[in-house]
Ligand binder design. Structure first.
Ligand code: SF4
Length: 90
């Protein structure tokens, strides 16, 4: 299981989530941030930090954003060199 970042992140990429992730598994994508499924430890720290409510536990992703589950997984297949997102407040 992993946490998934959905549509509200597109064009926002606030990165408050990056500040609280203990394992640095949130990556900077072209359009949004992505959580690497194999690295996420399901701690849930990121979820309440997102100002646009874009982050959901995989099984709790709202129906209209279910496509973001495969989109998140596929991103790392297509972009194995995606950079780790920089902290908002370094
Ligand atoms: Fe990082 Fe925890 Fe969020 Fe997974 S659930 S992305 S480990 S903060």
């Amino acid at each position: 299981m992993t946490y998934i970042i959905a549509e509200p992140c597109i064009g926002v990429k606030d990165r408050a989530c990056v500040d609280v992730c203990p394992v640095e598994c949130i990556y900077d994508g072209e359009d949004q941030l992505y959580i690497k499924p194999e690295e996420c430890i399901d701690c849930a720290a990121c979820e309440p930090e997102c100002p646009v409510t874009a982050i959901f536990e995989e099984s709790a992703v709202p129906e209209q954003w279910k496509a973001f589950i495969p989109k998140n997984y596929d991103y790392f297949v297509q972009h194995p060199d995606a950079p780790v997102a920089q902290r908002k407040n370094a």
